[in-house]
Design a protein around this ligand. Structure first.
Ligand SMILES: Nc1ncnc2c1ncn2[C@@H]1O[C@H](COP(=O)(O)OP(=O)(O)O)[C@@H](O)[C@H]1O
Ligand SMILES: [Mg+2]
Length: 397
């Protein structure tokens, strides 16, 4: 509950006499939270057109992010309750409306800012772009895409880290061909393993020995993500790619809490049936303020040696998903035996077979990711000013 101290004497006398001011109404509404966005509805700029009659009837508009917001009745009831409790209020009318696209992005920006301000500091450099790779289900090629994006972005000249957040089902060490163990330095800080020029951390690289054993013993594995962000010396990275476990579980929630700067790319197959699960991931990302950068369609068709194309897993699913969540389709990676071989031998196709069908597509996808989420240093002054103005405009008045 926020305490408003700049209340004038006139307002205090007014309140004593039971005359309600707009400030009173806003003050009461600061106690109404949007449970999904985690901030009060005033801060989020959802309260509009407050009117108070001399008889104490309060009418106000509440703009929800979407009209069918599942929290609608709770927000409405809370608002009525809080405002009715003000001395002098005789009746409350609430007009629920839906935000415009512009208002909605303003709210999301504010919610993200609040989340960022409240987040515990991690060892991830604030200048590092964090890209989480998510999918609705396993086996769609999320880890393969993560590894190849990491290598592909590194080949574009950027410093890249790869965090295997698939704590139970890690596959990154094999895909990069490393069996090195994570070591801790004298300050008990874990140093990532450097392989193919990228900084890698995975539970698959942990061994019960000496310092590392001391550090990990007794720690719940579910806390591993937190440890990876707080106890690993990631150094100065341009990009940190995070291979998420499939689905919309605890790790996704923890990630958005720990690293509010994280953005997500969603991997899906061309199959129509895969869209429903994938859409849930995108939805979850949005609810935890993780912007979705775009969709990557994997296993998109197979081109045989004769040049004929076979859509083994259907077609169009990636585009459909991208359109339905309003983000770009970042890339389409064909089915290519090279991906499997590269994954098994630890030599990712993006680097070791860059002219193969999948290698070409993966490198193009890496390039596109960098365009969509440009490295912080590369941002031009104009882009920075534009962002600043946008953020300022989004501030509540
Ligand atoms: N584009 C592709 N072409 C051929 N095989 C692929 C492709 N993408 C992934 N695979 C293979 O599919 C399997 C599952 O991929 P993986 O990256 O482990 O998926 P996930 O991390 O989503 O579970 C692996 O054997 C991988 O080599
Ligand atoms: Mg995986």
């Amino acid at each position: 509950m926020r305490i408003i101290c700049n209340v004038s004497i006139v307002e205090i006398i007014g309140t004593m006499q039971g005359v309600i001011t707009k400030e009173d109404v806003f003050g009461a509404l600061r106690g109404v939270f949007d449970p999904e966005l985690g901030t009060d509805i005033v801060e989020l700029g959802m309260v509009q057109d407050v009117e108070i009659t001399p008889a104490g009837v309060v009418t106000l508009g509440i703009a929800l992010t979407i009209a069918e917001c599942p929290m609608r009745s709770q927000i409405e009831d809370d608002a009525v309750r809080k405002v009715s409790a003000l001395r002098g209020v005789t009746d409350v009318h609430i007009d629920i409306r839906a935000m415009t696209q512009k208002q909605r992005s303003g709210v999301m920006e504010r919610a993200r800012k609040t989340a960022r301000d409240n987040a515990e500091p991690t060892r991830i450099d604030p200048k590092t772009r964090v890209i989480a790779v998510g999918s609705g289900k396993g086996g769609v090629g999320k880890s393969s895409v993560s590894v190849n994006l990491a290598v592909g972005i590194s080949d574009l000249g950027y410093r890249v880290g790869l965090l295997d957040a698939d704590i139970w089902g890690f596959s990154i060490p094999r895909m990069l061909g490393t069996s090195e163990r994570l070591e801790a330095n004298d300050d008990k800080v874990i140093i990532p393993v450097r392989v193919h020029g990228i900084e890698v951390v995975s539970t698959g690289l942990i061994v019960e020995s000496e310092e590392t054993a001391l550090m990990w013993r007794g720690l719940m594995l579910s806390k591993a993500l937190e440890q990876f962000l707080h106890q690993v010396d990631w150094g100065e990275l341009d990009y940190l790619i995070i291979d998420l476990p499939p689905g919309t579980g605890d790790i996704q929630m923890a990630l958005s809490r720990l690293l509010p700067q994280a953005e997500m790319v969603v991997v899906t197959t061309p199959q129509k049936a895969a869209q429903k699960v994938a859409i849930r991931v995108a939805d979850m990302a949005r609810r935890s303020y993780m912007p979705v950068v775009g969709v990557i369609e994997n296993m998109a068709g197979f081109v045989c040696n004769h040049g004929d194309r076979y859509d083994l897993f259907g077609s169009g699913g990636g585009r459909e998903l991208a359109d339905s969540i309003g983000v770009p389709l970042i890339g389409a990676i064909p089915l290519d035996a090279g991906v499997v071989e590269g994954g098994d031998s630890g030599n990712p196709v993006a680097r070791f077979a860059p002219t193969s069908a999948a290698g070409t597509a993966l490198n193009a996808t890496a390039q596109r990711v960098v365009e969509l989420v440009p490295p912080v240093e590369d941002e031009t002054c104009t882009a920075r000013i534009a962002r600043l103005v946008e953020a300022l405009e989004a501030q509540p008045v």
